[in-house]
Design a binder for this molecule. Sequence first.
Ligand code: C5P
Length: 210
Amino acid sequence: MPMVIAIDGPAASGKGTLARRLAQHYGLPHLDTGLLYRAVAMVLIDMGASLDDERAATHAAAGLVADQLADPRLRERVMGEAASRISGIPAVRGALLAWQQRFAGGAAGAVLDGRDIGTVICPDARVKLFITASPEERARRRHRELDARGEAASLAAILADIQARDARDASRAAAPLRAAADAVVLDTTELDADEAFAAARAVVDRARTQ
Ligand code: C5P
């Protein structure tokens, strides 16, 4: 049976790094699904459309191609914020659903990380992980990451972003951020990247032998 690993969690929880490392370790393709929402947001920003323009957003989502996911601008803070706004539009989520399920349905399996992978996109995934950390620790991690890329932002501003994003992602009607009932919750506040990776690997290895 193909191995699908679903990884969800709030912004800057470390789920992306973890997903990449798990994919490499198990030889599986990886999709960072946040990039899909960021790419749709970037199309709107670049054409000067409003982030509330549901038609334009749905059109951009339906026409998305893999090449668009490679743009380094997608990682900018402004794209994360904009992505969080357009991701509440049900038609955008609907247009991106098939894309993600196609990726997950490959013969080998896959690792997908996002907000609704275990709940909506891959409800039958063999392994579901929900990665969390305190908002303060996530803000510190995101600050270090942006700093390394030369994108200056104060820790207080990043913490405010994270709290606003958590509230928006968790309270929206369409696929709100929450752990699937059968997900293993991993709190990484006190763990470094290697410790989090070891804990996640233990969960995957257990599932593989079942
Ligand atoms: O994970 P990342 O920060 O790149 O995601 C950007 C935004 O895209 C999130 O705040 C969330 O609103 C949205 N998103 C989503 N569902 C996913 C992945 C991301 O709604 N599966």
